[in-house]
Design a protein around this ligand. Structure first.
Ligand SMILES: Nc1ncnc2c1ncn2[C@@H]1O[C@H](COP(=O)(O)OP(=O)(O)OP(=O)(O)O)[C@@H](O)[C@H]1O
Length: 232
């Protein structure tokens, strides 16, 4: 459902090439060395970086020139821009309406995603009084509220301890399956890919490779993947 059609992205001296398809729905892990271009690939899909060449299609539709907020995409970053002066429900509601004057229907949507992410009892809690894991869940709740078919996650759980990270990955996998989302998750940990990603794609040496089934990829790594895993 996501297609990078002979895409070339330039950022200063850096060039990234992508000619690949992510079938979806499901989770695809994006791995590769630091500075290889993983974030750049996601930013191009989200519309914050404009390719110099090629086209990006989602469900057959060319979105290459579409503004970020009109793309079928929601994003979750590691630094997730929560608003400290708003409570939990306010931070989620902001995703629907910046004025926060929500209709009854919109309020119900906010409550539904808070419940789905296990934050239903914390709606009135200040963001500053949340734990790291609760903040991550809040950021996930806000991304889900946008209800777009493509979910992009750029190292979302890197700062969490191993147990909490596993919980978040499992929650993500459940939600992606329920909503039949196509999720791309950037991670530095091959174990994350093995845990939740049906497919994995490697971004290295200025090339985003086509995704492969995760188990197969790690069982028979390409030279580029071997180099990455060896360096790690
Ligand atoms: N605005 C910019 N102008 C020029 N070069 C940039 C810009 N943004 C990123 N780059 C360069 O593009 C390359 C790819 O960066 P990117 O952030 O996509 O890598 P990454 O694989 O996500 O790395 P990391 O794992 O360290 O987050 C890097 O060499 C980076 O320095």
């Amino acid at each position: 459902m996501i297609r990078f059609d002979r895409v070339v992205i330039r950022q200063g001296d850096f060039v990234l090439r992508a000619d690949l398809e992510v079938a979806g729905p499901g989770i695809t892990a994006v791995i590769g060395p630091s500075g290889g271009g993983k974030s750049t690939l996601l930013m191009a899909l989200a519309g914050f970086v404009r390719p110099a060449e090629g086209r990006i299609l989602v469900s057959g539709e060319d979105i290459t020139r579409r503004a970020p907020d009109r793309r079928p995409v929601s994003i979750l970053f590691q630094e997730h821009n929560l608003f400290a002066h708003l409570d939990v429900a306010g931070n989620v509601g902001l995703g629907l309406r910046p004025s926060l004057r929500l209709s009854a229907d919109e309020r119900a949507k906010v409550e539904a995603v808070l419940e789905r992410t296990g934050l239903e009892s914390l709606g009135a809690r200040a963001v500053s009084a949340l734990s790291g894991g609760q903040r991550q869940r809040l950021a996930l709740a806000r991304a889900l509220l946008r209800d777009r078919p493509v979910l992009l996650l750029d190292e979302p759980f890197a700062a969490l301890g191993p147990g909490l990270k596993r919980d978040m990955l499992d929650l993500l996998a459940e939600i992606v399956a329920e909503r039949r989302l196509t999720a791309l998750i950037v991670t530095h940990d091959p174990e994350d890919a093995k845990r939740v990603a049906t497919e994995t794609l490697l971004v290295a040496d200025g090339v985003a490779e086509a995704p492969r089934e995760t188990g197969e990829l790690f069982a028979a790594p390409t030279p580029a993947l071997q180099a990455y895993l060896g360096d790690d």
